[in-house]
Design a protein around this ligand. Structure first.
Ligand SMILES: [Cu+2]
Length: 168
């Protein structure tokens, strides 16, 4: 049993953010954490720390759908950044990996899941108000076609070594 599992209903997101912040203050970092939006679970959202003066950061998470109907992540935003886009990596001619904005949102299959992870789908965070520091937190708002809007708190941590870095 995870020592920290936070269930968040979208309409109580504000309160839940406060209690999450309080619980996190008393536990070691890098624990799993998750958020609920209807039948969706948003598992362990993270954001990459700011490198130098680069004004973009990547966000990662897994969305698990317990419903018999598919859903779709339409958009993301943050009160602490100019804008957040849904991105994917694609292999271009010549084998180079490039990233591009996802058109039309990201499908979350019925009774399935979709992962945003290094080298694949990711959130692209543009111009955060303040640099993101390892061990910190960053708020992200996700809007789904069916489940509606949910606020999550990403932990700022360096992506695992298995993923390759991407440059802009
Ligand atoms: Cu990107």
């Amino acid at each position: 049993m995870s020592s920290l599992s936070v269930s968040v209903r979208a309409r109580r997101a504000g309160l839940a953010l406060i209690s999450l912040a309080l619980s996190l203050a008393f536990v070691a970092p890098a624990l799993a954490h998750d958020f609920k939006a209807g039948n969706l679970t948003i598992d362990h959202p993270t954001a990459s720390p700011t490198r130098g003066t680069v004004p973009v950061n990547a966000g990662y998470l897994t969305i698990i759908n317990a419903a018999d109907a598919p859903d779709r992540l339409l958009s993301a935003s943050s009160p602490d950044a100019a804008r957040v886009e849904l991105h994917e990596h694609v292999r271009a001619a010549g084998g180079m990996m490039q990233m591009r904005k996802v058109q039309g949102g990201v499908a979350v299959p019925a009774r399935g899941q979709v992962s945003f992870a290094p080298g694949g789908l990711h959130l692209m965070i543009f111009n955060p108000k303040a640099p993101l520091r390892d061990g910190g937190y960053f708020p992200i708002t996700l809007t789904f076609q069916r489940a509606g809007t949910v606020e999550v708190v990403a932990m700022v941590e360096t992506p695992s070594a298995s993923g390759h870095r991407h440059a802009h």
